[in-house]
Write a protein that binds this ligand. Structure first.
Ligand code: NDP
Length: 484
């Protein structure tokens, strides 16, 4: 029997769960069925004011705690979240349409490890001192103050925890604004904070849309820094409204990433690795490799094996263990991705597989699309250079490293890439010439949380991850003590 109750979630401000006083709500829909299953407050600037005030009130005493005490809080959060592993996974799968196996292995697992990782990092911070002949320079890492954390819908809790853990770990308080499309696990995390008694006001959360809640949060005079993950055009607006008050800013934006397959690769692992890079989370990961460049001498064989592999991927009920591709996030997004299929045809593309909606049994109202492989569009066509953010990849062939590099670097984006070759030295030197923030050789999305994460060009400003996160979420002050 289907549970038709509509779950009602609230804002979390100053340690209380509260509705927006105006009583306006957003519907929250299951991507797999198209049915509404929850509602969230449609907050506005007045709700943001209260949340920022709560964060400002909480920050001084939270920031005054020792770094080890704050690390202990992160550890407690990780423990409590870990106990809810299955609840997190099933709620995230329901809210985003992603397969349950992915929600378990990535979203539920990684949000716990984000808190644990930063707890460990905080504990291992040493006092940095630069000695001179007659003086010592002591580096003090102070909190920045109150932060706005704004996150997208594709990896809701994963990305929120990636920001909250280092932000509060460094002594800041925050106001979060999750995507209106996927607010559910953010609410679950607030319930975890409430349950373990995290001091009130350290983390606040305002639901709502980008214009009504996100925009006033970013421009709020009581906000000192903004960590934003989302699309490039929204990132531009966020940067413009944060700039007049010189807010510290980190922008993790869109990508159009290349997977480059050389003829000396291990064909089998390249086929499955490139398919994973293209279609994980229905292609809705900023790092997804949606332009696949294959050396001419193996192009025919790779294409054949790749298309066969993609055709065997299981699309369907997100709650089934064996499902590999779930539903797209929304009807609008599905239409946008399908629009690129039409554009590809106009640009001379040939659909090798997919290219249309699908409708798994029992999920007729959802946002479903077959994984799609297209060849024949130019490497500089719109399909091959614009971020589509769906289960659609284009194939291109190249004849030399120079040509491959030219194609890979010929987009406005510069987030990530992967290189597939049997020659690790070549893989490394080729990668270093790519205009991106991250490249994997013979793998993709193999993450070490200590490593820098972020993009160049229109893919973002700044880096997060490991010490880069701790650096962004703090202000380094130097105290120079001169000896007699
Ligand atoms: P959006 O840019 O549409 O939204 C991101 C967040 O910003 C949402 O919470 C949104 O709210 C909010 N927002 C929208 N307008 C404003 C505004 N004017 N001021 C402040 N906040 C605003 O991105 P999507 O949610 O569609 O996410 C997909 C994008 O995110 C892709 O481009 C993807 O590449 C990128 N991304 C980048 C990553 C990276 O690390 N580089 C990682 C993951 C995704 P609402 O949803 O309610 O409108």
């Amino acid at each position: 029997m289907v549970d038709e109750r509509i779950l009602e979630i609230k804002n979390y401000i100053g340690g209380d769960f509260i509705d927006s006083p105006r009583g306006d709500f957003l519907g929250v829909f299951e991507p797999a069925t198209g049915r509404q299953f929850a509602s969230a407050p449609l907050s506005d600037a007045s709700d943001v004011d209260i949340a920022v005030e709560a964060a400002r009130t909480a920050q001084p005493s939270w920031g005054a705690l020792g770094i080890r005490e704050r690390a202990d809080w992160l550890e407690r959060i990780a423990d409590a979240l870990e106990e809810r592993h299955e609840e997190v996974a099933s709620l995230e799968s329901r809210d985003t349409g992603k397969p349950i196996s992915l929600a378990r292995s990535v979203d539920a697992t990684r949000s716990v490890s984000n808190f644990r990782f930063f707890a460990e990092m905080l504990r291992s911070q040493d006092q940095e001192v630069f000695e001179m002949a007659d003086a010592s320079n002591f580096v003090v890492n102070k909190p920045v103050g109150v932060g706005a954390l704004i996150t997208p819908w594709n990896l809701p809790l994963y990305l929120l925890s990636w920001k909250i853990a280092p932000a509060i770990g460094m002594g800041n308080s925050v106001v979060c604004k999750p995507s209106e499309l996927t607010p559910m696990t953010a609410d679950l995390l607030m319930r975890v904070f409430d349950e373990i008694g995290l001091p009130e006001g350290v983390v606040n959360l305002v639901h709502g849309d980008g214009i009504g809640a996100g925009s006033p949060l970013v421009s709020h005079p009581g906000v000192d820094f903004v960590s934003f993950t989302g699309g490039t055009s929204t990132g531009g607006k966020v940067a413009a409204s944060a700039a007049p008050s010189f807010k510290k800013l980190s922008l993790e934006l869109g990508g159009k990433n290349s997977s480059i397959v050389f003829s000396d690769c291990d064909m089998q692992s390249a086929v499955s690795g490139v398919a994973r890079a293209g279609f994980l989370n229905q292609g809705q990961v900023c790092l997804c490799g949606s332009r696949i460049l294959v050396e001419g001498s193996i192009y025919g064989e790779f294409r054949e094996r790749f298309v066969r592999h993609v055709e065997q991927m299981k699309v369907g009920d997100p709650s089934n263990e064996g499902t590999e591709l779930g539903a797209l996030i929304s009807r609008d997004h599905l239409e946008k991705v399908l629009g690129y299929v039409e554009l590809a045809k106009e640009e001379g593309g040939k659909i090798l597989t997919g290219g249309s909606r699908c409708s798994p049994d029992g999920f007729e109202g959802g946002n479903w699309m077959l994984p799609t492989v297209i060849e024949g569009v130019g490497a500089d066509s719109r399909c091959a250079t614009e971020e589509i953010f769906g289960p659609l990849v284009t194939l291109h062939s190249f004849e030399s490293e120079e040509e491959a590099l030219g194609i890979a670097n010929n987009t406005r984006y510069g987030l990530a890439g992967s290189v597939w070759t049997g020659d690790l030295e070549r893989g490394r030197s080729f990668s270093e010439k790519m205009e991106t923030g991250m490249v994997w050789v013979n793998s993709w999305l193999h993450r070490d949380l200590r490593a820098p994460f972020g993009g160049v060009k229109d893919s973002g400003v700044g880096r997060e991850g490991g010490r880069w996160s701790l650096g962004f979420f703090s202000e380094a002050m130097n105290v120079c003590v001169k000896r007699d």
